[in-house]
Write a protein that binds this ligand. Structure first.
Ligand SMILES: [Zn+2]
Ligand SMILES: [Zn+2]
Length: 349
């Protein structure tokens, strides 16, 4: 067994504290990864507080992992000790259903095993990346270029692939008018990718103070959604709206901003289902679709694209002792745009 040092929630109200546990030695096709950085995703906070239900405690979050391979099972062919690698939202899927064989493991018919709070075949619960190391099957590990070997690469494994996959699947690029609703972890990556793919990008946000940062990220326009006149001026303007907001909001307000045949892509799941003004769809043949992270092949393609085009997330790097404060600040929307934990800082002995 390998001794791992991590950070875990003991129950839904405890917050996170240092936690020692054991990981299995890497089997035949598994690699042992020494974790350097782990991003903080909003889902980590929801799950640590059991807001989705089903959280198994002690709960170790973390699915935006960057690290180095330090040991490999005997049959591993894809990685060797010293390789810089990443691990994202899931560490296993069935491998043989139509979605798995079609490189869309995120939609595995038999269910993926999430990196955190997932069920392993032996009945144990997966422990995520807020820890010193992790053991993962080589087929679910991503190669990370050394040029991306910074904290800013960690959020690519969830926020990055979620937006990249949605943009690619909908073939968004040059000639498209794209609106990005919400400028948080997901939104800022959506802006970077959409701009990089050649789209004309407008950020829609209720915080007028974000205008400058939106433009700095490469957005071409900014609309303050709290200003009805500004919003009305862009009615029927967009081919696509990337809706990154998971808090409850009025979808109908934004559907009317789509052109005829325009598509709203939902990336955030609100706690309750929204009311839909169906006439907004029928009157202009508008569409609503959704997207969820991405397959392993797509994630690799995204990381390679980021290395080639020098794209990383804008992050604030923190020591593990700051995790609880970071959670509070995320709930107050006080982060630009993602916290990343430097797992090598002040680890408990
Ligand atoms: Zn996530
Ligand atoms: Zn499958």
């Amino acid at each position: 067994m390998i001794q791992a040092k991590g950070y875990a929630a003991e129950n839904s109200t405890s917050g996170l504290a240092p936690f020692s546990f054991e990981r299995q030695e890497p089997h035949e096709h598994e690699v042992l990864i020494d974790i350097l950085y782990c991003g903080i995703c909003h889902a980590d906070i929801h799950q640590s507080k059991n807001e989705y239900g089903g959280t198994q405690y002690p709960f170790v979050p973390g699915h935006e992992i960057i690290g180095r391979v330090i040991d490999t099972g005997e049959q591993v062919t894809k990685y060797k000790t010293g390789d810089l690698v990443g691990v994202g939202y899931f560490i296993l899927s069935c491998g043989h259903c139509p979605n798995c064989t079609n490189h869309e493991e995120q939609f595995c018919d038999n269910g993926i095993t999430p990196t955190q709070n997932g069920k392993l075949p032996d009945g144990s619960t997966t422990k995520g990346g807020y820890s010193s190391c992790i053991v993962v099957h080589e087929n679910y590990v991503l190669k990370v270029s050394d040029s991306l070997g910074t904290a800013g690469a960690a959020p690519l494994l969830c926020a990055g692939i979620t937006t990249y996959s949605a943009l690619r699947h909908n073939e968004i690029g040059t000639g498209h008018q794209v609106a990005v609703l919400g400028l948080g972890g997901l939104g800022h990556m959506a802006v970077k990718f959409a701009v990089s793919f050649g789209a004309e990008v407008t950020v829609l946000s209720s915080s007028p103070t974000k205008r400058e940062s939106a433009i700095a990220l490469g957005a071409h326009h900014f609309i303050n959604t709290a200003n009805e006149a500004e919003l009305k001026a862009v009615s029927g303007s967009f081919d696509f709206i990337m809706d990154t907001v998971s808090a409850p909001h009025d979808y109908n307000r934004y559907l009317r901003l789509l052109k005829k045949d325009g598509t709203m892509i939902l990336l955030g799941v609100p706690p309750e289902n929204p009311q839909l003004a169906v006439g907004l769809l029928t009157s202009r043949r508008r569409k609503i679709t959704g997207s969820f992270i991405g397959g392993i092949e797509d994630t690799q393609q995204m990381l390679d694209y980021c290395a080639e085009h020098d794209i990383t997330a804008d992050v604030e790097v923190i020591p593990p002792s700051y995790i609880n404060t970071a959670y509070e600040r995320i709930l107050e929307s006080d982060v630009t745009y993602r916290f990343v934990i430097d797992m090598k800082k002040d680890q408990q002995q």
